[in-house]
Design a protein around this ligand. Structure first.
Ligand code: GCO
Length: 482
């Protein structure tokens, strides 16, 4: 294994007993059945049907048809030996209409509950732990019509939704995750505009940050009050692992770390917004939407912190003269910014390859570094990698198999990185590969494939890729295969 020490291509590494090997998806990316059983539109239905927003005009109307293929997809997960499945619940299936305000039950769609109940039971029957995310970006359109995440009322609505789900599934879900990547919801949805609802309003993006944080805290309280089992509680954040260049590199990194990482870990794990973040954004907002008591509500203890990691980002202070580089990995649309208050100060420079099909640089050392940094910042907080994976342009071989050596290599290197972090004392409980299936990759539609299982988007047929076979071996043995 000596050759592997620097390139992260070790094999034979043993993961501890009880380490969870899972895979992840999200409702709008896989379910389809967009108009069935009472579901009403989410912001992603509206956005994907708006010309020019998603490549090729793709939508989640059919996606992978997971909604109708639930049983066979569950069997597939069992064949892969998954110990856990991370899925998300489509809020507009559960509460398709605005609440009339008369209690949590006022607008609950039983057909929606039933689908997720079948999913959870199907997982448990197969010995797979259900890890349920309440919000992976499909906000009911009626809530956006009332103002969306920049409005405090959306956090109120989320609390009621969490009560409904806690009552419905809190006897069986193993881990509750409130939000997936609130960074994307707030900054890409309301600041940069490349994600639904596609608004380019920097002040609204920061209000969305706060109301998402508040929604998280309220939801943990509501889930705890209603869950009758003994679930774990968590939230998933997409951390930005930063490198700096040039004069002022530390300043550029501090600013982006504030907006990207500490805007969430501050309130959620320390009960405060970082002072430097408030200063950096003072020209955009006065943060008066933060009310007395909010920070205490947000800082609910969580059992495990979900970590999504794909690549690094490299920043430097912008000279204000040369064309500003914007290689932050996110498909831009319009001229909004994902970096309110720092959009004229910092630029994102091109990083050295190799790259995935997303154009993201492959940097497994960033995962090791991130896990160690989280341990240093939050020593008692158990961690879970809730997403890691890679898009590549897969080719189906003549014999029908899908050899994807680059994805396999990517996964091997990142699992090696996680293992190294664990050897240095990081309390990492599990790892979820993104994604179980090729699916609707947001602004890129079906053009980018992240699955360890291929989906033919015409026939909807599933084929386990070589990376999926490799992962099944890892999940079964707990040892990184040769
Ligand atoms: C994410 C997402 C996934 C994406 C993946 C690849 O949480 O960013 O959870 O939905 O598909 O990250 O971009």
């Amino acid at each position: 294994m000596n050759a592997g020490t620097s390139d992260y291509r070790d094999s034979g590494l043993v993961f501890p007993e009880g380490f969870t090997f899972g895979s992840a998806t999200a409702s709008y990316q896989v379910e389809g059945a967009a108009q069935e059983d009472g579901r009403t539109p989410s912001i992603w239905d509206t956005f994907s049907k708006t010309p020019g927003k998603v490549w090729n005009g793709d939508t989640g109307d059919v996606a992978t048809d997971h909604y109708h293929r639930l049983e066979s997809d569950l069997d597939l997960m069992k064949d892969l030996g998954l110990g856990a499945y991370r899925f998300s619940i489509a809020w507009p299936r559960i509460q398709p209409q605005p609440s009339t305000g008369s209690g949590a039950g006022s607008a609950v769609n039983q057909a929606g509950i039933d689908f997720y109940s079948r999913l959870v039971d199907g997982l448990l029957e197969r010995g797979i732990r259900p890890v349920a995310t309440l919000y992976h970006w499909d906000l009911p359109q009626y809530l956006e019509d009332a103002g969306g995440w920049p409005m405090r009322a959306t956090a109120d609505a989320f609390e009621r939704y969490a009560e409904v789900m806690g009552s419905a599934l809190g006897d069986r879900v193993h881990t509750w995750t409130t939000l997936n990547e609130p960074w994307c919801s707030a900054y890409l949805g309301y600041g940069q505009g490349g994600h639904a609802p596609g608004r380019g309003e920097p002040a609204a993006a920061l209000a969305a940050v706060h109301h998402l944080n508040l929604a998280h805290g309220r939801a943990v309280q509501a889930l705890r009050a209603t869950s009758t089992g003994d679930p774990d509680y968590s939230v998933t954040l997409n951390f930005h692992v930063l490198r700096g260049r040039g004069d002022g590199a530390a300043e550029a990194m501090r600013r982006i770390d504030g907006l990207a990482n500490r805007a969430f870990t501050g309130p959620m794990l320390r009960g405060e917004y970082p002072v430097d973040l408030l200063e950096d954004t003072a020209s955009v907002t006065d943060w008066s939407f933060v009310e007395d008591g909010d920070l205490a509500t947000i800082a609910q203890p969580i059992d495990v912190l979900g970590v999504n990691y794909y690549s690094t980002a490299t920043v430097r202070m912008w000279d204000g003269v040369s064309p500003r580089q914007q290689n932050d990995g996110h498909k831009a649309s319009g001229d909004g910014t994902a970096w309110p208050g720092s959009d004229k100060a910092v630029e994102f420079v091109q990083q050295p390859g190799p790259y995935t099909a997303m154009g993201w640089n492959i940097a497994p050392e960033g995962l090791e570094e991130l896990l160690l940094s989280l341990k240093a910042q939050f020593p008692d907080q158990p961690l879970m990698v809730t997403e890691n994976g890679a898009a590549f342009d897969d080719v189906v071989a003549d014999n029908g198999s899908v050899p994807d050596p680059e994805r396999l290599d990517y996964l091997r290197r990142h699992f090696t990185a996680a293992h190294r972090a664990m050897e240095q004392g990081v309390d990492l409980r599990g790892y979820f590969v993104w994604s179980l299936l090729d699916n609707f990759e947001w602004g890129y539609g079906y053009a980018k494939r992240f699955g360890i299982v291929r989906v033919d988007f015409d026939s909807l047929e599933r084929t386990v890729k070589d990376s999926g076979k490799w992962y099944a071996l890892l999940a079964k043995t707990g040892v990184l295969p040769e």
